[in-house]
Design a binder for this molecule. Structure first.
Ligand SMILES: C[C@](O)(CO)[C@H](O)COP(=O)(O)OP(=O)(O)OC[C@H]1O[C@@H](n2ccc(N)nc2=O)[C@H](O)[C@@H]1O
Ligand SMILES: Nc1ncnc2c1ncn2[C@@H]1O[C@H](COP(=O)(O)OP(=O)(O)OP(=O)(O)O)[C@@H](O)[C@H]1O
Length: 298
């Protein structure tokens, strides 16, 4: 069965170690990426001569529906691969903040590939080959499952499924440019030698996961704070909530996350921060992790 609507979930880097640099300037990473329930939605409408995109949702304004949009780039890449001349009207409901370290654009691109793979019978390996040139975060977003990312993001190893904990996301409304943060990372001293984390075959509890995460870091957090000091305030606000097990920034920022023993505890923390968030214009989301069905299932 073809899924003509699908959700593009927020990617969260629970840890992110920069381990090296390629001759082309891209950074080698070791990161544990998981997915939150928060998502954009993409729908495929009627067939037409050329792909078109309409954008709705809280963060739709300010995002161009032109050729630079990763949804259209992904659709055209798969159309070319399939050799089809068919095109469709696409709609993106943009509920995730843009340029915020949770891979919204990458998740949209991967989601577009997944939906259209149903239309053109593309295989998962076709999707992976198309994903890589669209962006370093696109391959991991194809499956939307807990994954260890290495290389520049193209070497993917399945990671243990997340325990039934809760996650709180907060974005302070400051867009952060990924290339700028990698540049500042280099300028601020660059690579720190770290012990490579050993992931278990499964997590016995959120505490088990958090114990390991405490021995890790997001190496892009300090450079991102140098660009946007408000990130420190967000981390403090999350960490000061009762039952918060860990707070950290995701990706190149500025979105930060807090881990909680249950989704309910994450909701309670979000509620406690409502007044602050409303006053400062922060975007917040709380709930469970996304546990996905494999590509190709309805
Ligand atoms: C920081 C992460 O979000 C962690 O998951 C990703 O590595 C970034 O993935 P992304 O936004 O899809 O990145 P891309 O759009 O491919 O690259 C944007 C820019 O970020 C820098 N970049 C990105 C990924 C990477 N492994 N090394 C880099 O140095 C490069 O300057 C690149 O030109
Ligand atoms: N569908 C899309 N949604 C969001 N951004 C898009 C999209 N298409 C193109 N872009 C462009 O991609 C850039 C990065 O956006 P995105 O929201 O993916 O950043 P991010 O969350 O920081 O990603 P990452 O965590 O992968 O670094 C934006 O500056 C935006 O102009």
């Amino acid at each position: 069965m073809t899924r003509l609507q699908d959700t593009a979930h927020a990617k969260i880097n629970l840890y992110l170690h920069v381990t090296g640099r390629r001759p082309d300037g891209y950074h080698l990473l070791d990161s544990l990426a998981v997915f939150a329930g928060a998502a954009d939605t993409i729908s495929v409408g009627e067939k037409c001569d050329r792909f078109s995109l309409s954008i709705q949702g809280r963060f739709g304004k300010g995002l161009e529906a032109d050729d630079s949009n990763l949804v259209l780039k992904a659709a055209r890449a798969l159309q070319a691969k399939s050799g089809s001349h068919d095109a469709y009207r696409l709609t993106l409901k943009k509920d995730l903040p843009v340029a915020s370290g949770i891979g919204g654009g990458s998740a949209d691109a991967a989601c577009t590939l997944r939906i259209l793979s149903g239309v053109w019978n593309a295989t998962e390996s076709d999707l992976c080959a198309l994903a890589e040139p669209l962006g370093a975060d696109v391959p991991v977003c194809v499956r939307q499952q807990a994954t260890r990312m290495e290389g520049i993001g193209e070497i993917l190893t399945p990671a243990p499924e997340m325990p039934n904990g809760g996650i709180l996301l907060i974005n302070p409304g400051v867009g952060v440019s990924t290339p700028d943060i990698f540049r500042s990372f280099a300028a601020m001293g660059g690579i720190v030698q770290r012990t490579k984390p050993v992931l278990p075959s499964q997590w016995s509890s959120m505490r088990d996961l958090v114990d390991l995460l405490r021995q890790t870091a997001n190496d892009l957090q300090a450079p991102a704070i140098a660009h946007a000091p408000i990130i420190s305030d967000v981390l403090t606000a999350i960490q000061s909530q009762s039952d918060c097990l860990l707070s950290r920034m995701s990706g190149s920022g500025a979105t930060c996350f807090g881990l909680f023993p249950t989704p309910q505890k994450a909701h309670e923390a979000e509620e406690a921060l409502t007044q602050t968030a409303t006053r400062l214009g922060w975007w917040t989301w709380s709930g469970p992790f996304h546990q996905n069905s494999p590509v190709g299932t309805p």
